[in-house]
Design a protein around this ligand. Structure first.
Ligand code: UT7
Length: 327
């Protein structure tokens, strides 16, 4: 993965939207369920509450709501979308893809919709993938969605994982444009290393156990990898754009853990006031966390048109990636 080939086309962000289930679960609620404490959860992760999908709410329904809000914020009609990519590790069904259910919910019958699975890195992978479709000229306008219902694959007896994750969805609309005034996806770098499967995985699946399974994690090893080894993709994006960390307006990393976010920003020399953090409000929502954070920062006026934004994530596999976008 390297910098954009010479092309007239760029993928410009037109809008962003999010959807969190109404139901919340606080650290105090969790104290009644497993041997944990608000103090431990806040100190180790920064998380104060997470949202949990209710009856009838699924990855596809949350994703469709986030997509509708992104379309509204972009001011474009659903019928103008010809590419839908939904990043998720918690699809409603083993198949069909949640993206096709979202496509149907939006009343779109043309174009193409598919899921992309890179766990917590899914949204970055989906942005990079959509960008390549759009810049090739094969598609014109994309919905890039991250949607997850991790509450359905948590072991609610396992305090080392169940306190960390939550449900939600976020989406952006990307438009293939010429003469963008420097706006658009400027660079993306993706990586994976499959040797680390057992550090963060789900202990079930259609082809292994025939069950859905539960999230299992060696937290310390994931933490070490997340802080120690993923700066290569961010430095690669800086190189591709000919910029340094000081040129960024906003750093919007995967929202897994406040300590990982703080340590990653410090390592790259990104000032704390440029870091968008929403993990305290929704926990780790995997592929949904970056568009949820983007949506919050656009809604409160922090991220504005023309700002230079870097997104970055690491997830099971391991997978990791980064992208730089001129908003
Ligand atoms: O998107 C990628 C997804 N994953 C992540 O980002 C997670 C990355 N890892 C982490 O965020 C951190 O490793 C954790 C937050 C999961 C854990 O923090 P830690 O500082 O690495 O703690 P630890 O795993 O070393 O556990 C410390 C202690 C242990 O007790 P002992 O062995 O020292 O007696 C754990 O059993 O904390 C205990 N512990 C808990 N205590 C209260 C583990 N979970 C809990 C809990 N409440 N929920």
């Amino acid at each position: 993965m390297s910098k954009s080939p010479p092309s007239e086309l760029r993928s410009v962000v037109l809008g962003v939207g999010a959807c969190l289930p109404d139901k919340t679960l606080t650290n105090a609620d969790l104290e009644k369920m497993v041997d944990t404490s608000d103090e431990w959860i806040v100190q180790r992760s920064g998380i104060r509450e997470r949202h949990i999908a209710g009856e009838g709410e699924t990855t596809a329904t949350l994703g469709a709501k986030a997509a509708e809000r992104a379309l509204a914020s972009a001011g474009v009609d659903a019928q103008s979308i010809d590419l839908i990519i939904c990043a998720t590790s918690t699809p409603d069904y083993t198949f069909p893809a949640s993206a096709t259910q979202i496509q149907a919910a939006l009343g779109i019958r043309h174009g193409v919709a598919f899921d992309l699975q890179a766990v917590c890195s899914g949204f970055v992978f989906a942005v990079a993938t959509a960008d390549k479709f759009l810049r090739s000229g094969s598609h014109k306008r994309a919905l890039v969605i991250g949607s997850e219902t991790f509450s359905r694959i948590l072991d609610w007896q396992d305090r080392t994982t169940c306190v960390l994750f939550g449900d939600g969805a976020g989406a952006i609309v990307l438009d293939a444009q010429e003469n963008t005034d420097g706006r658009g996806v400027l660079a993306s770098r993706l990586r994976s290393d499959g040797r680390h499967r057992e550090k963060l995985f789900v202990d079930g699946g259609p082809s292994s156990t025939g069950t859905v399974g539960h999230v299992r994690m060696v937290g310390k090893d994931v933490f070490r990898h997340a802080v120690g080894q993923v700066s290569d993709v961010m430095l690669g994006c800086f190189e591709d754009c000919g910029i340094s960390a000081a040129d960024l307006d906003w750093f919007v990393p995967h929202q897994a853990n406040k300590r990982i976010i703080d340590a990653s920003a410090e390592k790259l020399g990104i000032a704390p006031e440029k870091v968008v953090q929403t993990v305290q409000l929704h926990g780790n929502t995997s592929a949904a966390s970056i568009p949820l954070a983007l949506s919050a920062a656009v809604a409160d006026g922090r991220i504005k048109r023309g700002d230079l934004v870097m997104i970055e994530a690491v997830g099971g596999g391991f997978t990791w990636g980064a992208a730089i976008v001129r908003w």
